[in-house]
Design a protein around this ligand. Structure first.
Ligand SMILES: [Zn+2]
Length: 474
């Protein structure tokens, strides 16, 4: 056996509880979990031992939905009205990014995710294959990659909200070709799988969406799509498909409401639609910080789960909600759910930990490989410090206070060690697979260039953030 983590408090997520094991040992060999059980019954002699005393081991956290390349634009688009966020705040900055800027942003985003205990990212961007090569392979994180298929051609700035976006068919089909190449790129990678990525119903033409549906069916692949994102999208759907239609009703006609679909957001769907979608096996990616920051809305993750649906949590993008610290996101999810429902019992700590691990894996369709600490699964393991000012003290009687302390007290700063596929990616809080200083330096330099290039356009777009600059706030 290559490695064993001993004397650790383990939250295994086995069965339908947290699978709490005191004084556990976790044995790893060949990238897999070979032993998960009591230290007393462990009789192997591993090549290497990590003493887990004072720490808690959990399965690697699963961020089901993120556009990490936009991390380079952190701080450039928040505190603006929803209608301005995409086109007047983020848009001018995003348009100024070159491919290498996107790579630098993704490196920073994935670094932040790993540092917060994330071992799997549901990455969603254009030319995502490049991120596999330049970001995920070298850093060592697991990825479920989605290629963005978006056919919106040209600027939408001058359009009224009820004028449908102009669609460029060729651009959409070229993106589908890239998506197909992505599936090939994932076949030789142990840590990467792929999904189809039609960005949203208002951003792809009908024929293209039907083709994606048919290919997903015949090739047995999943579809990851932004669904029912709110009023802007709803007005586009009415303009394109008719006044009585909604995103969900049109997707239903297309035959896309099925267990093949991973739907990001869903806050624009009605309660009846949500219940139907959940019942049909659609998996939901809820992005609480992002939707709070951009729309002022709490996504219906509690309601979706109560309707029987499978849901995971994503961080979406850094500009707006702030970033990819997943432990912070678990806390935000819980607190927003409690205030939205006026119910302090909503989304308790144990539910947050299940949703952040095994349910996240189910949401991405890879629960046979990750999401729990069970023999035979891949060795994606995170050790968190229980002797940290934000998690201490912890007791095991009469309750395990590590469970609430992890969700309500911690942040990425408590993450001590991260293993992906049995490889030590982070140890003693230090990244082992790349130079963290170089990643930060490159991000700083490239961000300065992008903001400088975009500066004039960003100011001309005159969002409320520009007003704040003029008033001396920023
Ligand atoms: Zn998104």
């Amino acid at each position: 056996m290559e490695l064993a983590i001993t004397n650790v408090l383990a939250l295994t997520m086995r069965d339908d509880r947290l699978g709490i094991l005191e004084d556990a040992t976790i044995g790893v060999d060949g990238g897999r979990l070979e032993y998960v059980g009591s230290s007393d019954s462990f009789d192997d002699e591993p090549e290497r031992t990590i003493d887990g005393d004072g720490r808690v081991a959990i399965p690697g956290l699963v961020n089901v939905h993120a556009h990490t390349d936009l991390t380079l634009l952190r701080g450039g688009a928040q505190d603006v009205p929803e209608i301005e966020w995409m086109n007047r705040a983020l848009g001018p900055l995003s348009a100024a990014m070159e491919p290498a800027d996107r790579v630098a942003g993704a490196r920073l985003g994935v670094l932040e995710a790993l540092r917060s205990g994330v071992t799997t990212v549901g990455e969603y961007t254009r030319d995502v294959e490049r991120l596999l090569e330049d970001v995920y392979d070298p850093l060592g994180a697991r990825v479920v990659a989605t290629e963005t298929i978006n056919a919106v051609g040209g600027s939408t700035d001058e359009l009224g909200p009820d004028e449908p976006y102009p669609l460029d068919e060729e651009q959409g089909w070229a993106a589908l070709d890239r998506n197909e190449a992505l599936f090939d790129a994932c076949t030789d990678r142990e840590r990467a799988t792929a999904l189809y990525g039609p960005q949203a119903l208002d951003m792809v033409p009908r024929a293209l969406l039907e083709e994606i549906r048919d290919r997903a069916e015949t090739r047995n692949r999943g579809i990851h799509m932004h669904v029912a994102q709110g009023e802007r999208e709803q007005r586009q759907i009415e303009a394109r498909y008719g006044a009585d239609e909604t995103t969900v009703s049109v997707l239903e006609e297309f035959g896309l409401v099925s267990d093949r679909l991973l739907a990001a957001h869903l806050h624009g769907a009605t309660a009846e639609e949500r219940a139907h979608v959940a019942d049909s096996g659609v998996r939901m990616a809820a992005n609480p910080s992002s939707i709070a920051a951009i729309d002022g809305v709490t996504p219906p993750i509690v309601e979706y789960r109560e309707a029987g649906g499978v849901a995971g949590i994503g961080t979406d993008q850094a500009p707006g909600p702030g970033g990819h610290d997943f432990l912070r996101e678990l806390r935000t999810t819980a607190l927003l759910a409690k205030t939205k429902l006026g119910d302090p019992t909503a989304f308790p700590a144990w539910e947050a930990l299940r949703v952040g691990t095994i349910d996240g894996a189910r949401t991405l369709g890879i629960e046979d490989r990750i999401g729990s600490l069970e023999e035979g699964k891949r060795a994606d393991i995170v050790l968190l410090d229980l002797e940290h000012p934000s998690t201490a003290p912890t007791v095991t009687e009469p309750l395990h206070t590590a469970v609430p302390n992890l969700v309500y007290g911690s942040n990425g700063g408590v993450v001590d060690t991260v293993l992906v596929e049995g490889e030590v990616v982070l140890e003693d809080r230090e990244l082992r697979t790349a130079e963290e200083g170089t990643i930060l330096e490159e991000a700083n330099e490239r961000a300065a260039d992008v903001f400088a290039r975009a500066g004039g356009t960003w100011l001309d777009a005159d969002s409320e953030l520009v007003g704040a600059v003029e008033d001396g706030w920023l």
